[in-house]
Design a protein around this ligand. Structure first.
Ligand SMILES: [Zn+2]
Length: 296
């Protein structure tokens, strides 16, 4: 049973506030993406910052990179009045850190944010499994109802859906036109003339769900970061065909969905909050070439 947007916000902040504090955004995110639903290896929550600090401007991004920290410090108007808070999907310190000097890339991000008084929060695998989370934000795939996990929250990694009867090639064209523009594009694995009706999607690295996609009986599996051996061995074993986008392109469609959700909650609570989605492409790659050399 899908919860209504209101009943899924039990900790919605006090409507009498003129602005939210960091802890109010944390409560809102917890009501949508409970930390308890994150994977055990994951790190989610408030990475740096003061829970009592006011938040009037919020920047959303996929990765807490130096460029995102720079954008946060520059602020929504680029006038040196920084954003108050940044929410990212990926953690900054997933594997822990003993030293965070400014000479270290992650230390530099931490230092820049703290100096500017910017809080950094993230929701990662707890957002991946949420019904209105990362996978459901992937465009153009009608989705089946999600399951219900602990605490009544709807959870499940990846999504299954149906599309109007089409071909693999036409579906790939459609996905490529809908995913945000990035340097790496979309790889197609399979016969482009084959019929496509049932689809599985999983934003981000999708190697681990190849067997699940096959077991689900779908025609095509849209994900990212598929490596040579798992993808080749999968296709040698039959269906589904594969569409492999970039990690950034398949996960960042969640950001505008999250922005609208937060804006609606802020409007309902009558608080002042400016929410922006960063347009910085945080892929490791900057361009690609089609290789054309021979083997002779
Ligand atoms: Zn990811």
């Amino acid at each position: 049973m899908r919860l209504s947007s209101h009943s899924s916000e039990p900790d919605a902040p006090d409507s009498a506030q003129a602005s939210w504090r960091v802890r109010d955004l944390m409560s809102l995110m917890e009501s949508w993406y409970p930390q308890a639903t994150a994977q055990p290896w994951d790190r989610v929550g408030l990475i740096v910052g003061d829970p009592d600090a006011p938040v009037r401007s919020l920047l959303l991004a996929l990765d807490p990179t130096a460029a995102i920290a720079e954008q946060a410090v520059a602020g929504p108007h680029g006038d040196g009045q920084p954003y108050d808070m940044v929410i990212t999907h990926h953690p900054l310190l997933l594997r822990g850190a003993s030293f965070l000097p400014v000479t270290d890339p992650k230390g530099a991000v931490v230092t820049r944010l703290i100096r500017a008084g910017i809080s950094l929060f993230n929701a990662h695998t707890n957002a991946d499994v949420a019904c209105e989370g990362v996978a459901t934000a992937l465009p153009a795939v009608p989705l089946e109802p999600c399951g219900v996990g602990a605490g009544g929250h709807e959870i499940g990694l990846g999504r299954l859906g149906r599309v109007d009867a089409t071909t693999l090639g036409a579906f790939a064209d459609h996905v490529a036109s809908a995913l945000p523009a990035g340097p790496t594009g979309l790889l197609v694995g399979g016969d482009e003339a084959m019929a496509v009706r049932r689809v599985a999607v999983l934003g981000g690295a999708g190697d681990s769900a190849l067997d699940a996609a096959r077991a689900a009986g779908v025609d095509v599996y849209l994900t990212a970061d598929l490596r040579h051996h798992p993808a080749l061995e999968h296709l040698e074993g039959g269906s589904p065909a594969l569409l492999c986008g970039s990690h950034w392109a398949t996960e960042s469609p969640w950001l505008p969905v999250l922005a609208r959700r937060i804006e609606a909650a802020a409007a309902a609570a009558d608080v002042e909050l400016r929410v922006e989605v960063s347009t910085i492409v945080t892929e490791p790659w900057t361009s690609h070439r089609v290789t054309q050399g021979g083997l002779a």
